[in-house]
Design a protein around this ligand. Structure first.
Ligand SMILES: [Zn+2]
Length: 288
């Protein structure tokens, strides 16, 4: 391997990078590259029983478990949920964090995402982008000599629709992606089921709830899954259907890239505010 890649994934909450790019992150780690997740908000309001202080502490511990399990570096900022704004201090913090890590590629949300924290995380990265190479901005942290590539995580919002530039087969790491999600106990088994009205369905036993996390299983079809196969209501917050959606939506891209159609995939779109991907850098940064 000629170059160790440095991949910086910036999400709003402690689990966004995991859900949206956990498979790709695992593939980088297994190939000897470095991955860091930043959660710009603390996760503090993601619980229906625990206080914000208790929730933030618990969610920090869950990210530490992800690190211990995977080798992904995980940093959680102290900004309360629902209070992340694209302020000047947060812009400086974003610039310093990106400069300090010196990433080859930054991943983040799109600015049309559903949650204000997601939109502001995306806005902060967008606002930071050009400033990364401006030496007289945040002079205490040396400016980058070169703009990184910036990619957006997949989302299913339609205005404007997501247009993938890279779609990655994650079938080989899907069980370990679920193990990452399994670390986020307060989210996967408490808060998200509460918001989906399915809290009473969550088994108490850790093995049983891990199986539940992966439900509903994809139907045993003798044909590729189609969008029409997806349940009309959201059955569980992180079901196989949700993690399979990019593989179904972008099957043609996957067939072109791999010559086969994996069951699970993650999709990413290039931001026009970072360095643009060339065929050579696409092969270098996405060697899977
Ligand atoms: Zn989030």
């Amino acid at each position: 391997m000629s170059k160790t890649l440095r991949m910086l994934m910036i999400g709003a909450h402690p689990d966004d990078c995991d859900i949206l790019a956990g498979g790709l992150a695992l593939k980088y780690i297994r190939a000897g590259h470095q991955v860091k997740f930043i959660s710009m908000a603390s996760g503090s309001r993601g619980h229906h029983v625990l206080s914000p202080v208790q929730t933030a502490a618990r969610r920090l511990g869950e990210t530490e478990n992800v690190s211990a399990l995977t080798g992904i570096e995980y940093e959680v900022w102290d900004i309360p949920d629902c209070e992340l704004v694209a302020s000047l201090p947060n812009r400086e913090r974003t610039v310093r964090a990106i400069r300090a890590y010196k990433p080859d590629v930054i991943f983040t949300h799109r600015i049309n995402d559903y949650h204000a924290d997601h939109r502001n995380a995306a806005q902060l990265v967008q606002d930071a982008a050009y400033l990364l190479i401006v030496p007289h901005y945040c002079q205490d942290t040396p400016a980058l000599s070169e703009m990184p590539v910036i990619m957006h995580f997949f989302d299913n919002f339609r205005n404007p629709p997501f247009q993938p530039d890279v779609v990655v087969d994650i079938d080989d790491v899907i069980i370990d992606k679920y193990r990452i999600l399994d670390c986020h106990v307060s989210q996967m088994y408490e808060w998200l089921p509460y918001t989906y009205g399915s809290l009473e369905q969550v088994p108490a036993d850790p093995e049983a709830r891990f199986e539940w996390l992966q439900s509903p299983r994809l139907p045993e079809l003798n044909r590729p899954l189609e969008l029409g196969d997806f349940p009309s209501e959201r059955v569980t917050p992180v079901s196989e259907f949700r993690l399979a959606l990019p593989a179904v939506k972008y099957r043609e891209d996957l067939l072109r890239r791999y010559g086969y159609a994996p069951r699970f995939a993650e999709a990413f779109a290039v931001s026009e505010y970072g360095k643009q991907l060339t065929p050579d850098t696409k092969a270098l940064f996405f060697p899977f």
